[in-house]
Design a protein around this ligand. Structure first.
Ligand SMILES: *Cc1c(COP(=O)(O)O)cnc(C)c1O
Length: 390
């Protein structure tokens, strides 16, 4: 296989070797069910307990506030549908944002078919929501506000603390999809005033298929959710089914590593990202999508005006060329029959064409200066070729 320059870390990340090492015994020697009462089971139970503490510590939560799920999509479904079911006697209005992940948007659309009313707040051209617009959208019957922490396509960071405060002033609960924030930047559910939060292991060096939902159990808002998955009453009755012990152990280890190494990695990655971006912006007719001051350090979403992102991506992964294969994303949702422009970018006011001209570079802790130098050089060459063909 050709070497790969992997710049798609917001889609998923590789498993950290230390994470793999931590989970391995639970796939092999100790494969026990964490609910079994024999010694093997007790060992597995203890490993889950340790991991739950590691996950809770990363976000400033208590262990009884963590529900393990298969990832963020499941956590979001559990949270939003659960709130809708349990709090509908208070009201049937939910507020979210047009640039959310489809896990949130599609869950809200589903609830609209069940009699709930959803306000989809627009964003400003820089990707941030307008707090006055949020204030105006809040009503006495609003039960939940769900706003993502960091956008997966642009890296734009919403003012979560202010949003949570306005939400609570209106008597509603605040949920955040923090999948792209947790593990990469400090997130504290108490300092931010978060009632529900989802996170996913594979976005920060744990395997796919393991994540969690934080459900506040302390004052001021003790959140009560119904079970979505019925069975043996695992995870405090919220999510039954035999625990994914190896995944949970891996997830815990990834959280522990993130606490220790987040700051160092942030500095290193930001330097690489800034250098990549500065070079790409030297190309004619390019601009950055999203607010550059309120943006996570690992993402650069760039519009190469007039250049088809699909052609650029093809050029970057051309098996005939002697360059390494480069994995980037155009952040658009492809279905088998049609390619839609990114709903995030069009919500920010980009035209469909500009959206199809945009590419997301999302860096990770393993990227090197050499890899980015090659990327910059190849992009410049491919764009020259594409322009010459026009
Ligand atoms: C990846 C992602 C999800 C989905 O997470 P899974 O764990 O893969 O289900 C949800 N929201 C955001 C912002 C994401 O980046």
């Amino acid at each position: 296989m050709k070497p790969v320059v992997y710049l798609d870390n917001n889609a998923t990340t590789p498993v950290d070797p230390r994470v793999l090492e931590a989970m391995m015994p639970y796939l092999t020697n100790n494969f026990a069910n964490a609910n079994s009462t024999h010694q093997f089971g007790v060992d597995a139970y203890e490993a889950v307990k340790t991991a739950r503490k590691q996950v809770a510590d990363l976000i400033g939560a208590e262990t009884n506030e963590i529900v393990f799920t298969s990832g963020s999509t499941e956590a979001i479904n559990l949270a939003i549908k659960g709130i809708a079911e349990n709090y509908s006697d208070r009201g049937k209005h939910i507020v979210t944002v047009t640039t959310e992940h489809y896990a949130v948007l599609d869950t809200c659309r589903y609830l609209e078919t069940k009699g709930f009313e959803v306000t989809y707040l627009p964003v400003q051209p820089d990707g941030l929501i307008n707090l006055d617009a949020l204030k105006a959208a809040l009503r006495p019957d609003t039960i939940l506000v769900s706003v993502m922490y960091v956008n997966n396509e642009t890296g734009v960071i919403q003012p979560i603390k202010e949003i949570a405060r306005l939400t609570h002033d209106a008597g509603a609960l605040f949920m955040t999809d923090a999948t792209q924030a947790v593990g990469k930047m400090p997130v504290n559910v108490n300092l931010d005033g978060i009632d529900l939060l989802c996170l996913s292991g594979h976005k920060f060096y744990a395997p796919k298929g393991i994540g969690a939902l934080f459900v506040r159990q302390r004052r001021p808002n003790r959140v009560k959710l119904p079970a979505l998955i019925h069975g043996g009453g695992h995870e405090r009755g919220l999510r039954s089914g035999t625990l994914n012990v190896p995944g949970i152990v891996a997830f815990g280890k990834a959280c522990e590593i993130a606490i220790k190494e987040m700051k160092f990695n942030a500095g290193k990655i930001q330097k690489l990202r800034d250098c990549l971006e500065a070079e790409l912006l030297k190309i004619d007719n390019t601009f950055v999508n999203g607010n550059c001051n309120k943006r996570l350090y690992n993402v650069s979403n760039i519009c190469f005006k007039g250049i088809d992102s699909e052609a650029l991506i093809m050029g970057l992964s051309d098996p005939e060329s002697d360059l390494p294969l480069m994995a980037v994303s155009n952040g658009s949702a492809c279905t088998s029959t049609s390619i839609e422009p990114s709903h995030v970018l069009t919500s920010m006011g980009l035209t469909q064409a500009e959206s199809f001209n945009s590419i997301r570079f999302s860096l990770g802790k393993d990227n090197t200066k050499d890899e980015l130098d090659i990327t910059i050089k190849s992009i410049k060459e491919i764009i020259l070729k594409l322009v010459a063909m026009m």
